[in-house]
Design a protein around this ligand. Structure first.
Ligand SMILES: NC(=O)c1ccc[n+]([C@@H]2O[C@H](COP(=O)([O-])OP(=O)(O)OC[C@H]3O[C@@H](n4cnc5c(N)ncnc54)[C@H](O)[C@@H]3O)[C@@H](O)[C@H]2O)c1
Length: 266
């Protein structure tokens, strides 16, 4: 998948925007003349990062549902529209316990519910813009179980399922929802593992490679697709295997009742 250029004058919101992927994405989008708003936790450092990237900064804790809506309202008030929401904020768990439920819930709150609240907030603005895009930063850990971090795997797997189940509901409104699923990439989130990767000569992605995939998902993404990003392969759509269909009493493949399909698919 190769990115095309977003329309001039487009406005993009990036949650977790002052982190590794957010900074790389903002740099590339500014070079394409996209107006960029970075939403992240409140700190002097984060404000400074946004200034350096010629982007606006808004304070957002993605676990605060009302705050997500307020941030989108602010983007529209200050920039007139919203064309793309990159729901990218995330943390990884660090616990060495077999199951640390407090940490599990914290990770799911940020990495999964942050995406749900961000989507809820962005949708009305994207509709007002006549359509647009939501790109969720999931992870390879959402497609392949990550036994070192079950909360992260559940959150990212949930994010992929959320994207796949939301996408058909929105195609009729020209709103495309996609997920990107990077492998390990060189940002602060892998600090605890960096030495191990270096020792094993294990290739990690650059944040720039991931940012390219995020832009391609915005400009070229297929609704509901989950794009794997891995060193040496670029961004490729994951091929979901599907599940066996039910059979009728006479052995025919059962067809899902129309009422269970989203209006756009009836
Ligand atoms: N780096 C990797 O190896 C990798 C691989 C796959 C997916 N991801 C995902 O990519 C996304 C971006 O991570 P990154 O690699 O840039 O790491 P990062 O730590 O550099 O950036 C994460 C950003 O999210 C912000 N954040 C954390 N909690 C937040 C909250 N409650 N509200 C708002 N912002 C919050 C942080 O302040 C930080 O700026 C995350 O969702 C992460 O899970 C990372």
């Amino acid at each position: 998948m190769t990115a095309t250029t977003p329309a001039p004058g487009s406005v993009a919101l990036i949650t977790g925007g002052t982190g590794g992927f957010g900074r790389a994405l903002a740099t590339k989008l500014r070079a394409l003349d996209v107006t960029v708003v970075l939403a992240d936790l409140d700190s002097e450092r984060n404000r400074q990062v946004a200034t350096e990237l010629d982007s606006s900064f808004v304070v957002l804790d993605v676990t605060d549902r009302a705050a997500n809506a307020a941030v989108v309202a602010q983007v529209e008030a200050e920039h007139g529209r919203l064309d793309a929401a990159f729901l990218n904020a995330g943390i990884a768990g660090k616990s060495r316990e077999a199951l640390d439920v407090d940490e599990f819930l914290r990770v799911v709150d940020i990495d999964l519910f942050g995406v749900v609240y961000g989507t809820e907030a962005a949708l009305p603005a994207l509709r007002r813009a006549g359509g647009g895009s939501i790109v969720v930063t999931a992870s390879l850990a959402g497609l392949s179980p990550m036994s070192t971090d079950p909360g992260y795997s559940v959150a990212k797997g949930g994010a992929v399922a959320f994207v796949r189940s939301m996408a058909p509901r929105l195609v009729g409104e020209d709103i495309v929802v996609t997920a990107i699923c990077p492998g390990f990439a060189d940002t602060a989130i892998i600090d605890p593992l960096r030495e191990e990767f270096a020792k094993a000569d294990f290739p990690v992605l650059t944040a720039e490679e991931v940012a390219d995939a995020m832009i391609a998902a915005w400009t070229q993404g297929e609704p509901g697709a989950a794009y794997i990003v891995q060193p040496g392969i670029g961004a490729v759509p994951y091929k979901f295997k599907g599940v066996p269909s039910a059979k009728t009493a006479s052995g025919e493949t059962a067809v899902v009742p129309e009422a269970l399909r989203p209006p756009s698919m009836r």
